[in-house]
Design a protein around this ligand. Structure first.
Ligand SMILES: Cc1cc2nc3c(=O)[nH]c(=O)nc-3n(C[C@H](O)[C@H](O)[C@H](O)COP(=O)(O)OP(=O)(O)OC[C@H]3O[C@@H](n4cnc5c(N)ncnc54)[C@H](O)[C@@H]3O)c2cc1C
Length: 466
């Protein structure tokens, strides 16, 4: 169906990116054959590491005229197989386009190339007293381009929103090679359809992002973090609903089931506080008014204790806070280590926040029913739960029950007014389940948009649609 990358094509690609930036050796291709989804691997025929939008445009024009597939790639930290080149062809890596181009303190905007590591962008703007809130837990290894393609969220989403809320301008190369400039350093823009937001979250299927203009905020001066253990995770879920009902908006309101923290303990070989508690909430408050933050955290503490919290630990120094968050950020890796082959299936469902106390025990029931080991954690304040099905059972049970468990969990969430994925995208691993969250008319409309952007179907084929 697609043209193979033969010697003449490879030579044309090398003339665009330079010999050194065209990889064809199988060993060099291996890291580009997967993202962070275990068990999902497909090697590309070549990798081109582009250095400019002009190179990206020339590559896509060539792909369109010759008919070979191109899979854009940031850092390969995705959790839905989006960067996996399922049809082979070319992986177009943006890793060399990794400069923060300008921090504009007058307009509160940062302009950057797509391959900038998100955590580096955070640090650069924070040095100037500014703040870019979206903070996926993978921030020290993923890229801004990948965040835009996935519309990444993170713990701070409850107060500050997700990536889409900060994108004011984009430069993107469309599948036929046209370079388009959308928006700019403007905080308001209603000039025609909102194509920027169409590209945000399009999972590398509509265009390749080559430059971004992101809105910044002044960095909040004060911050407090709380760790709150509970003896049942239903109680933790009820406390989350009550905090939200109390009109307090924390920066982060994270939920961690006991087994997720015990997995971190095992990985780090360091005991976690209240290790016997069934669940923990990790809560952050920030702002510039210390008295307001103190009042809010005291009220949160009271609510948690009224709902069965075992204690409320306050982390008011950067050292204690970093220790708490380090554990939270290690959960995915730690859970993978519970499986002898480091394999787990992660669902990323989202429900209206008030449904969380109902959802969590129902997920546990799916585990009991299927005989699979399911451990949940996630962004409770957003109703976004990461449900991890650990492969620590025999192959037969895993193969027989894994998809059943996934489907039941998706249906549970959708039945509560939720969605199939809140952060990680449809990609390859959830494309069979797209129809659970959106109806046939919407899927048809999405397909027509894809065909219009990419009539030759060369950009990231095999993703989103089954
Ligand atoms: C430990 C861990 C924690 C995580 N925590 C979070 C979290 O808290 N929140 C969250 O939202 N996600 C999280 N993720 C998922 C992941 O980090 C995000 O999806 C992230 O945005 C991926 O960025 P990347 O650069 O690695 O993209 P890749 O994995 O390289 O690519 C992801 C998708 O984006 C496309 N793409 C990449 N760059 C471009 C570009 N420049 N133009 C067009 N398309 C492009 C690819 O084709 C692919 O479809 C986590 C992952 C891990 C492993």
């Amino acid at each position: 169906m697609f043209k193979k990358l033969d010697a003449p094509l490879l030579s044309k690609l090398a003339s665009i990116v330079g010999e050194d930036n065209l990889l064809t050796d199988p060993e060099a291709l291996e890291p580009y054959s997967h993202d962070e989804v275990a068990e999902l691997r497909h090697p590309p025929e070549a990798v081109a590491r582009a250095a400019s939008s002009d190179e990206v445009a020339r590559i896509l024009s060539l792909a369109q005229s010759e008919g070979f597939p191109v899979t854009p790639r940031g850092a390969g930290q995705g959790l839905s197989g989006g960067a996996v080149p399922v049809y082979g062809g070319l992986v177009l890596s943006l890793e060399r386009m990794n400069r923060v181009l300008e921090i504009d303190g007058e307009n509160l905007m940062v302009t950057a190339e797509p391959g900038v590591i998100t955590g580096n962008l955070h640090r650069e703007v924070e040095e100037q007293g500014l703040f870019y809130p979206p903070d996926p837990a993978s921030l020290d290894s993923c890229t801004i381009g990948g965040n835009i393609a996935e519309n990444a969220g993170g713990p701070r989403a409850i107060k500050y929103g997700v990536t889409k809320d900060y994108v004011c301008g984009l430069e993107a190369v469309l599948p036929a090679g046209q370079v388009v400039q959308m928006g700019g350093k403007v905080v308001k823009n209603v000039t025609g359809y909102n194509l920027i937001q169409l590209l945000v979250g399009s999972e590398g299927t509509l265009g390749v992002v080559t430059k971004v203009v992101l809105r910044l905020l002044p960095k909040p001066q004060e911050r407090v973090d709380l760790l709150v253990p509970f003896d049942s995770f239903e109680a933790a879920g009820r406390a989350v609903s009550e905090i939200i009902r109390a009109r307090i908006v924390p920066v982060a309101l994270e939920f961690m089931e006991r087994d997720s923290l015990l997995a971190v303990e095992k990985l780090r070989d360091k005991e976690v506080p209240f290790r016997e508690a069934a669940a923990h909430l990790l809560i952050t408050l920030d702002g510039n008014d210390k008295a307001r933050i103190d009042a809010d955290y005291e009220r949160i503490g009271e609510i948690c204790l009224e709902h069965g919290a075992l204690d409320v630990l306050v982390a008011d120094t950067p050292q204690v806070r970093d220790r708490l968050w380090e554990a939270r950020k290690l959960i995915i890796e730690a859970l993978q280590h519970l499986s002898p082959q480091h394999i787990m299936d992660t669902q990323d469902v989202v429900v209206p926040r008030s449904k969380l106390p109902e959802l969590l025990p129902r997920i546990k029931e799916v585990g009991k029913k299927t005989g699979l080991h399911i451990i949940s954690f996630g962004h409770a304040g957003d109703g976004n739960v990461h449900v991890n099905v650990i492969k620590d059972v025999d192959e037969e049970l895993w193969t027989a029950k894994r998809d059943q468990a996934a489907e039941e969990i998706y249906r549970l969430a959708v039945g509560m007014g939720g969605m199939v994925t809140g952060e990680h995208g449809i990609g390859l691993t959830r494309r069979e389940f797209l129809g659970l969250g959106v109806d046939a008319h919407q899927i048809a409309l999405m397909r027509r948009i894809k065909e219009d952007f990419d009539p030759a179907g060369i950009l990231n084929p095999g993703k989103i649609f089954a």
